[in-house]
Design a protein around this ligand. Sequence first.
Ligand SMILES: O=P(O)(O)OC[C@H]1O[C@H](O[C@H]2O[C@H](CO)[C@@H](O)[C@H](O)[C@H]2O)[C@H](O)[C@@H](O)[C@@H]1O
Length: 255
Amino acid sequence: METPEGLRAILADPAGAVIGLDFDGTLSPIVPDPDAARIHPRGPALLARLGERIGAVVIVTGRPAAKAVEYGSLAGVPGLVVLGHYGLERWEAGTLTAPPVHPGLARVRAELPPLISGIEGARFEDKERSVAVHTRQAAQPQAALDALRDPVAKLAAEAGLAVEPGKFVLELRPPGVDKGMALSAFLAERAARSVLFAGDDLGDLAAFAAVRASGLPGVTVFSGSAEITVEADIVVDGPDGVMDLLGSIADAIGS
Ligand SMILES: O=P(O)(O)OC[C@H]1O[C@H](O[C@H]2O[C@H](CO)[C@@H](O)[C@H](O)[C@H]2O)[C@H](O)[C@@H](O)[C@@H]1O
């Protein structure tokens, strides 16, 4: 495969590059229990190598930023920025900045668990600034997700929250921010000269669009799985493939 223009730009001028990465499904293999997710074993060392030479490495995730740092063992990655909750939170050099919790969260925290209690295998995740319902552990994950779509959408609308669908998950989160907005603002802040973003799920599409809209030499990387197909400049085989790609970038720019 010919090296995409965006990747060539990153290799030619690493100090001007931003490498943006999703967490679950991209850096961290998908597992049934959201609390059991951990970064790929090669992740921390690879990101540390990239952090030394790349202009900026930024993780843009639906997780709380501190959870991504913890589950990723990432506190020591040089210069790392983590934008959590789709850009609502920012973690940098051990400091977390975040807005107040959205007032609608109290209502969904109270009403979502009873609403999903009739759905076999459905699981509630409380992320403080958002909540999620997962169906991966149901006997029929897709049917369970489909059964939840309308009641979850109704509850979210009444609480003034947005629904973010993903891999066997529906999140209820504050509106007005997405991974594309978060990445675009970060590129501007860093005066980036090139960009790569890697993701695996529907929430990452906004970041892919931001790469394309940035006007920079850019490359989108899809961490492929059997669960979803998305067009991107480079498609790799899940987190193993992401690690191979990041490793080849780190090797090419030296350490
Ligand atoms: O933006 P991301 O970093 O990709 O986070 C998106 C959501 O990821 C998590 O759920 C997903 O991964 C779980 C662990 O592998 C898996 O069990 C689940 O089916 C996936 O949807 C996380 O639990 C959510 O809170 C994140 O928002």
